[in-house]
Design a binder for this molecule. Structure first.
Ligand SMILES: Cc1cc2nc3c(=O)[nH]c(=O)nc-3n(C[C@H](O)[C@H](O)[C@H](O)COP(=O)(O)OP(=O)(O)OC[C@H]3O[C@@H](n4cnc5c(N)ncnc54)[C@H](O)[C@@H]3O)c2cc1C
Length: 241
């Protein structure tokens, strides 16, 4: 159905009556949604002199950020071993959760392909998986009963493993740290620091209650910096973000 027709179908839907479908919140087209508060997210501010330098900073210690940091650390190491001339890279991963995996709360069925590619030296038994998928069934649920249907082609999980995403993230975090990656938990990235059109860094918002906050800055050439702001912020300011 064309987009316009689809919208008209939603808005012209009769008011819900008892026994009818529950109320559906209309989906607002993007042009009617509030804009991003860019003045809060992009700050035209220079890095501080107290910054701790890093070369590359990943925001978010989910599977993607950690896998990226691991791969980058390995590539840098390989380049050095082959005499490529790359200096030691200071790689950071910024995570808003208080501890790795705390914001990754899901059981999962995992395709092992990415793990095999990222850790070719390991076997499936080394990965943080539970059990291989042995059988699968898909059911259509109605108000009163369930009907088994053939598994749609995109939902086949044969060859995959059950796992806990939280455990996967912790395991990847440990692997990243073994490679020298700095993982900063409890620090949400709050804003980009820019100079004109150049991103210079990131500033974290205060998130938990008993940790210092961080300012991350990026210099040209992928150099990031981290500084502690805890000395300058009172506990009340810290808690109010
Ligand atoms: C209910 C549910 C079930 C799922 N089941 C499966 C499954 O069975 N199999 C499967 O393969 N996939 C599944 N997925 C998808 C899978 O979880 C995602 O594809 C995967 O987690 C994406 O990884 P990511 O690293 O890109 O993002 P995320 O896992 O979302 O990680 C992002 C991280 O960034 C952090 N973060 C966010 N904003 C900031 C910030 N401003 N500053 C600092 N840190 C920040 C978050 O706390 C989080 O730790 C499921 C997802 C959901 C929601």
């Amino acid at each position: 159905m064309a987009y316009g027709l689809w919208l008209r179908a939603i808005f012209s839907h009769p008011s819900p009556q008892p026994g009818n479908l529950p109320h559906v919140t209309p989906i607002l087209p993007k042009r009617h949604q509030l804009g991003l508060p860019l003045d809060q997210l992009i700050l035209d501010q220079p890095p501080s002199a107290e910054a701790i330098e890093m070369d590359v900073l990943f925001v978010g210690a989910g599977p993607a950020g950690l896998a990226g940091a691991i791969e980058l650390a390995r590539l840098a190491k390989k380049d050095q071993e082959q005499g490529g001339g790359l200096p030691d890279l200071n790689i950071g991963v910024l995570e808003k959760a208080g501890a790795l995996g705390e914001h990754s709360l899901s059981g999962a069925v995992v395709n092992p392909r990415a793990f095999r590619e990222l850790f070719p030296e390991l076997s499936d038994g080394d990965f943080p998986f539970k059990d291989p998928v042995k059988r699968e069934s898909v059911y259509l649920l109605t108000a009163g009963k369930s009907v088994r249907i053939p598994t749609p082609p995109t939902m086949h999980n044969q060859g995959f493993y059950t796992a806990s995403l939280c455990e996967i993230v912790r395991w990847l975090g440990a692997k990243a740290e073994e490679l020298g990656v700095n993982v900063f938990t409890g620090f949400p990235a709050g804003a980009l620091l820019v100079d004109g059109s150049t991103v210079k860094g990131r500033r974290s918002r205060w998130y938990a209650t008993a940790r210092s906050s961080l300012v991350m800055t990026i210099r040209p050439g992928l150099v990031n910096s981290v500084e502690s702001e805890s000395e300058r912020l009172s506990p009340i300011q810290l808690n109010s973000g």
